[in-house]
Each structure stands twice: as structure tokens, then as C-alpha cells.
Design a protein around this ligand. Structure first.
Ligand code: FAD
Length: 450
């Protein structure tokens, strides 16, 4: 048997790569990991973590306004962008250090630089060739901008976290979760914010009621929600940028941000020379064991066509480590993966949307609730909370739970456990509420609307 330098060589020290490497080393494998930028990948450096920190920052604006109804005075309060960015950078540097210690502590050798495949057992990094029995591609994804004149004048989520100052007028383009989150942050921090999206509603991938409800709530908070039929070009104009739509309509802004999708990061990886198969969407194609068509090369996370979420990349990394170096019993179900969107208000979902449930042949009962949370009786804010349950008529099982409202993700996380246990609507009904909370509404919806 050939003598390889490592049992596992991982390319990419993001969520999935770090977890797979650390666990593999824990099972006794000799592991190296290559990282071309910062340890921790997208989630830590340009995704979940800075986004959530900025989202907290943006929430204070409405919290301070809401406090007035509770007797607090709202005077002399102001926001400083540079403080937020500096404090966020400090926290991320701390996390980068935590990741380094996790890896070195587990005995993983960290190599800094861009890595590429040479053959099925060889990787090249900084001009050095290194052999490994197995290679794991965990290179993640990167934002894509549409190919239109002037797109280089716009930014993406990557640059958003490092802007020198808070723009006065912002145009966010996109209909997905990153678009609504970043538009909410800009708006909450005080920028005049427009969200431009194709189609009638944002969040097409979710239950349709969520997009409808969120759009209405974001509009109430001051985001200019505009649906358009595309974009033609972006030009520099006196005092800012101008985006031209096909009908000739122009939207001016100081900052234009594309949140129009992400693509697997495969450039310069050497996939072509090995004939590694890609999917139609451009992700690395893998089988149920996360193996590519080259048996010693595996891929996980955003570089494949999986759900682009950190917990998914982590779970896939653990399955690969387990199957290569342990008992191989660990599995990952892609059913009932809960997700949250940290827009203002938050959105969260687990299980099937009403449409998907019907498409899969279920006859469903739908329970919905739309109400004003107790807090807003005194804050005076015209904000409403929305909840929805999709229930299978034949078995009474709850197939989907959906929410728009404060801390929706914190609430749906618990409901996801119930759905994974196959909870029925009768069991939801038999559960006592915690009073007074918003979440208790999930166990008190008695009458089906459909
Ligand atoms: P990544 O974390 O992207 O890591 C890949 C790493 O590989 C990177 O560090 C990269 O530098 C490195 N790399 C790439 N090519 C090479 C090479 N050739 N050589 C060496 N190194 C290389 N998910 C959630 O679950 N919740 C959220 O709230 C959330 N919010 C998000 C917000 C934003 C704005 C974005 C952009 C993403 C968000 N995500 C969120 C998605 C989440 O960040 C990703 O799904 C997750 O990071 C994917 O992990 P990964 O291991 O596949 O890749």
C-alpha cells in the first residue's frame, strides 16, 4: 500500500472543513487542512456571525423607540458605525484564534495558502506537493454579481462587513434571505433603504405566507420594498450611483449591494484536470457518502449542492469523518432542517411549506395566527407576529411550522425537535403554553383556516 503523508487532507477551513478535520484527528487520523484566507470560513468571517452581530446593532434602534412607551426617555442616543465594525472585527479575530486552537489542539496541521488538486492523492500548496490517502473539498461558496455594465460599482455581502461608513442611501438587490437580512440591518441602522427584488415577493423558497407577511412588516419599518423585472446597468452619477431598470426607471443610491446568489468556490481547485463531475448548478457532485466520482476525493458544504447552512456543513463533515475513520454509523437526514432568517422581524421555518406539502400529496389542515405581541401594547409599534402550522389530515402529524416575529429562530428550534419526533397536532394542543409568551400561540391555535 502506498505511503501517504496524511490520512486526510482538507481544503478549506470553514465550518465543514474544520469539523471534519478535527473529528478525523480525534479518531486517530493524521490530518492537514489548507486555508487561503481566515480560519472559520464564511460563517465566522463574512456570514452568520458578523451578520447576527450587525443585526443586534440594528435592533437597538427600534428597542430604543419602543422603550419610550415604557417610561424611558429617548434622548442623546446615537449610533457609531466605526465602533460597531471595530468591535465586530475584534470578536472575529478572537474566533479565528479559537479555531486555530481547536485544530492544533486536535493535532491537525494547518497550512496557509491556496491549495489545488494535482492527482487523486496529491495536493499542491505554496509550491509544495503533499500526498494524502483521502482529500476533502470544503471550499465553500462566494457571492455572484449579475453580468451587467457597472456591476463592479456594486458590493456584495463580503464587502458589506467592512464598509468605511454607513451609506446614507442603500439599494439592496435580491429576494433571498441574505437580501432581506442586510436590508433590515441597513434600515435599522438608519440608512434610507430600498430592497429591489424580482417577482412579487421575497423569500420564494419558503412558505408563501412568510414572504407576504415579512414584506408588509419590513415596509412598516421603513424599507422601500420594490419589485422589478430586472436591472440593466449601474452608472456613477453626481453624488452616488444610479441603477437603471429595463423600463428606464432609475433608482439612485450611495451604495448598491447585490445579494443575488452564491456559487460554489471551485476556481483554481484543479477539478477539471481530474475530471471531477459537477452538477448542473455548478457544485461538486457527490454521492450519499459525500464521495465525488474520484473515489479518494470527498466534498461537503457549500461547494456541493447541499443546503447552504453552517449546521448542514458541520453535520456533513461529521458524517465524512465518521465513515472514513470511525464506525461509519452517523447519518444526516435532510428532512425537517430548521432555518432562521434574521430580518427585522425574524422569520423561521421547519418542515414543509403548505405548497410543498400539497405537492407531495398530503391533504393538509392549515392553522394560522396573526396577532400583536403584548410588548407592543405599550411600545405602540404597529408590528404583528405570524404563525402557521401545516398538519397532515390522515395522521394528524405536524408537517411544517412557520413564523414571522421576534426571536422566531429561538422558538422554531424547539418546535423542530417536536417535528423530528413526529409530533401530532393533538400533542401540540395537549402541551400547556408558557404565559405570557409569544410562543404559546403555537399550542393554542384551535381552528383550522383551511
Ligand atoms: P465556508 O465556511 O465558506 O469555508 C470555506 C473555506 O475554504 C473558506 O475559508 C475559504 O477561504 C477556503 N478556501 C476556498 N478555496 C480554497 C483553496 N483552494 N485553498 C485553501 N482554502 C480555500 N448559515 C447559517 O446556518 N446561518 C446563518 O445565519 C447564515 N448567515 C449567512 C450570512 C451570509 C451573509 C452568508 C454569506 C452566509 C450565511 N450562512 C449562514 C451560510 C454559511 O456561512 C455557509 O453555509 C457555511 O459557512 C458553509 O460552510 P463551508 O464549510 O461549506 O464553507
Amino acid at each position: 500500500m502506498p505511503d501517504y503523508q496524511y490520512d486526510l487532507f482538507t481544503i478549506g477551513a470553514g465550518s465543514g472543513g474544520v469539523r471534519a478535520s478535527r473529528m478525523s484527528a480525534g479518531f486517530g487520523a493524521k490530518v492537514a487542512i489548507a486555508e487561503s484566507t481566515y480560519l472559520g470560513g464564511t460563517c465566522v468571517n463574512a456570514g452568520c456571525i458578523p451578520k447576527k452581530l450587525f443585526s443586534y446593532a440594528a435592533h437597538f434602534h427600534s428597542d430604543i423607540e419602543d422603550a419610550v412607551g415604557f417610561g424611558w426617555a429617548n434622548d442623546g442616543v446615537h449610533f457609531d458605525w466605526k465602533t460597531l465594525v471595530a468591535n465586530k472585527d475584534r470578536e472575529i479575530a478572537r474566533l479565528n484564534g479559537v479555531y486555530e486552537r481547536i485544530l492544533t489542539g486536535a493535532g491537525v496541521n494547518i497550512l496557509r495558502g491556496h491549495a489545488s488538486l494535482v492527482d487523486q492523492h496529491t495536493v499542491e500548496i505554496n509550491g509544495e506537493r503533499i500526498t494524502s490517502k483521502n482529500i476533502l473539498l470544503a471550499t465553500g461558496g462566494a457571492p455572484v454579481k449579475p453580468d451587467i455594465p457597472g456591476s463592479e460599482l456594486a458590493i456584495t455581502s463580503d464587502e458589506f462587513f467592512h464598509l468605511e461608513s454607513l451609506p446614507r442611501r442603500v439599494l439592496v438587490i435580491g429576494a433571498g434571505y441574505i437580501a432581506v437580512e442586510l436590508a433590515s440591518i441597513f434600515n435599522g441602522l438608519g440608512a434610507h433603504t430600498t430592497l429591489l427584488y424580482r417577482g412579487q415577493l421575497p423569500l420564494k423558497a419558503f412558505d408563501a405566507d412568510l414572504g407576504t407577511f415579512l414584506a408588509a412588516e419590513m415596509r412598516k419599518k421603513g424599507v422601500h420594498m420594490r419589485h422589478g423585472n430586472g436591472i440593466e446597468r449601474i452608472d456613477k452619477v453626481a453624488g452616488g450611483l444610479a441603477l437603471k431598470q429595463p423600463g428606464g426607471e432609475i433608482i439612485e443610491a450611495d451604495c448598491i449591494l447585490f445579494a443575488t446568489g452564491r456559487a460554489p468556490r471551485i476556481h483554481g481547485l484543479g477539478l477539471e484536470s481530474l475530471g471531477i463531475t459537477l452538477s448542473k448548478k455548478g457544485g461538486v457532485k457527490v454521492d450519499e457518502h459525500y464521495a465525488t466520482n474520484v473515489p479518494s476525493i470527498f466534498a461537503i458544504g457549500d461547494v456541493t449542492d447541499t443546503l447552504a447552512l453552517t449546521p448542514v456543513a458541520l453535520a456533513e463533515g461529521m458524517v465524512v469523518a465518521d465513515q472514513l475513520f470511525n464506525e461509519g454509523k452517523r447519518q444526516l437526514s435532510y428532512e425537517n432542517i430548521p432555518t432562521a432568517i434574521f430580518s427585522h422581524p425574524n422569520v423561521s421555518s421547519v418542515g414543509l411549506s403548505e405548497t410543498l406539502a400539497r405537492e407531495r400529496g398530503f391533504e393538509v389542515k392549515i392553522f394560522k395566527s396573526d396577532f400583536r405581541a403584548l410588548k407592543h401594547t405599550l411600545s405602540g409599534r404597529d408590528e404583528r407576529t405570524f404563525m402557521k402550522l401545516v398538519v397532515d389530515v390522515a395522521t394528524d402529524r405536524v408537517l411544517g411550522a412557520h413564523m414571522v416575529g421576534h426571536d422566531a429562530g429561538e422558538i422554531i428550534q424547539g418546535i423542530a425537535v417536536a417535528l423530528n419526533c413526529g409530533a401530532t397536532k393533538a400533542q401540540f394542543d395537549a402541551t400547556l403554553g408558557i404565559h405570557p409568551t409569544v410562543a404559546e400561540e403555537f399550542v393554542t391555535m384551535r381552528t383550522a383556516v383551511v
